[in-house]
Design a binder for this molecule. Structure first.
Ligand code: NAP
Length: 479
């Protein structure tokens, strides 16, 4: 298998250097060695990308027969499957993602394109019986050029879940990947062209958020910004978008709860919960990093959770059995270490692997469990984005819910109980966009995904994503 490392921007169907000649250096987080350099776009490249996308929108994509759009998106899904190994290896080397997860994520990307390829001809408007008579219909129309700005933790699937519904509804997209993880996004652009996307329909421009990202948000021809990333950048993005009255979709940070009642299947909850927070080395917006356990089950749960955590395979992401690879960068490792340094001897108890067997090179950190947290502790309140979990006991449902909802975030969560009434009562009270009962599965191509409160607004996935990339036009015909 040949693995090609992209080095340029993908603009108007061709590889291009950045106008300024600037580049981003990519470090392999497993080896700490230089993986490659990629062109870094700025204002000039964004101008070329957006105007090219607008041209493509007006001349080729907006008015293409829906059936033809379906064919191209299915063809792209097939190409992603053909290139699954290559894309997975690219992701693994770029951000240290375990190869088995990287394969799953490329497969997910292909499924996303299949879902939206099929959705093109199943997404339609309404006719409305207007009181004065006549004929009225409301139809969804594309917006034009969409800016998709994505993070580094799930670079490939998140890019796919923005690009696929935006293209399916007739928009063109300028995709700005995170500076740490541009490689699979660039290959997506190239494979899109191979699948038959006309030039300019999907532009991929890596570049610094403060330059390329802001230029993209502010460009007058960009009609919507679909963003996944941190709450701080989401807030800045809203300010910039407000200048042009542009709609935004924001998928932001999280500090999600995992609530375990004493009547639950404790063995199953404890065995599966470690990977609900430590998967992707904890760099997951849905990480269940605050665990609430009803007091009678607390000791048993902690004992089993800790035992399962000790068994996690941390190490070389190239090995099929590895479950946790390195953190994405030296900076991210420092951030996590700083959070761990706020724990106090005597008050907190820190359990978990000691890291003695970890490779000497690479940004590795072993998973850690913190007991004895109080609600005001930084480590309990803030998103860490690393392999750290806090577990606390609770005595009453009301008090637990108050603490769960005290978080400014509200993205995801899990709830474990065998009492159906309690499950439904508590699920309806937790302030989060998604919640799983007796499961940790919360991201499905078919179902709406997004947050409450400072975890953002708008929904990715399912038919809600198709709605989010369209505007309704109402047309009335006199009788
Ligand atoms: P980030 O720092 O907010 O960056 C996200 C994207 O925004 C990157 O492409 C970044 O470019 C760009 N950006 C940065 N500053 C910008 C600006 N001023 N204007 C426009 N774009 C700008 O987030 P991250 O560190 O990549 O990802 C981690 C965060 O994403 C976490 O908080 C996590 O919870 C969140 N996340 C949320 C979800 C969800 O679905 N809710 C999913 C995954 C991740 P550069 O890389 O060049 O800075």
């Amino acid at each position: 298998m040949t693995m090609k490392i992209p080095t340029k921007l993908f603009l108007n169907g061709k590889w291009r250097d950045a106008a300024s000649g600037g580049t981003l250096k990519l470090i392999n987080p497993t080896t700490e060695e230089l993986l490659g350099e990629v062109a870094a776009g700025d204002e000039g490249d964004i101008e070329a990308a957006v105007s090219g996308a607008q041209r493509a929108y007006e001349t080729s994509w907006r008015d293409l027969a829906p059936g033809r759009r379906t064919e191209i998106l299915f063809r792209l899904a097939a190409l992603l499957r053909e290139h699954l190994e290559e894309l997975a290896e690219l992701e693994m080397r770029n951000i240290g993602k375990p190869i088995s997860d990287a394969r799953d994520e490329v497969g997910l990307g292909a499924r996303i394109f299949e879902y939206y390829a099929g959705a093109v001809t199943k997404f339609y408007g309404q006719t409305i019986p207007v009181a004065r008579g006549g004929y009225d219909f409301a139809i969804p129309q594309p917006l034009g050029v969409i800016a998709a700005i994505v993070p580094w933790n799930f670079p490939f699937p998140i890019a796919c879940w923005k690009v696929a519904p935006a293209l399916a509804t007739g928009n063109c997209v300028v995709l700005k990947p995170a500076s740490l993880s541009p490689l699979t996004a660039l290959r997506l652009g190239e494979l899109g062209a191979e699948a038959g996307l006309p030039e300019g329909v999907l532009q991929v421009v890596p570049g610094a958020g403060g330059k390329a990202g802001e230029a993209l948000i502010l460009h007058p021809l960009v009609r919507k910004i679909s963003f996944t990333g941190s709450t701080a950048v989401g807030s800045r993005l809203m300010e910039l978008a407000a200048r042009g009255i542009k709609p935004v979709g924001l998928e932001l940070g999280g500090k999600s709860p995992n609530i375990v009642f004493a009547d639950a299947d404790i063995d199953q909850a404890a065995a599966t919960s470690p990977m609900s927070v430590f998967a992707n080395t904890g760099q997951d917006c849905c990480a269940r990093s605050r665990v609430f356990v009803e007091r009678p089950a607390f000791e048993r749960f902690v004992e089993q959770f800790t035992a399962a955590t000790f068994k996690l395979a941390v190490g070389d992401p190239a090995k099929a059995e590895t479950q946790l690879g390195p953190l994405v960068s030296a900076q991210q490792k420092r951030v996590v270490e700083e959070y761990l340094s706020t724990t106090e001897k005597g008050r907190h108890k820190v359990l978990g692997q000691d890291g003695a067997s970890l490779p000497k090179k690479g940004f590795f950190l072993p998973p850690k469990i913190v007991l004895g947290c109080e609600p005001e502790d930084k480590i309990w309140r803030e998103e860490i984005f690393g392999p750290v979990v806090c577990i606390r006991p609770f005595d009453s449902e009301e008090a637990m819910l108050a603490e769960v909802n005290a978080s400014p975030y509200g993205l995801s969560g899990s709830l474990w109980t065998n009492d159906l009434r309690r499950a439904l009562r508590v699920a309806s009270r937790v302030e989060s966009g998604v919640l799983s009962i007796n499961s940790h599965s919360s991201v499905h191509v078919e179902t709406p995904f997004g947050g409450f409160k400072q975890s953002g607004f708008g929904r990715d996935h399912g038919m809600k994503a198709m709605e989010s990339f369209t505007e309704i036009k109402n047309i009335y015909i006199a009788p």
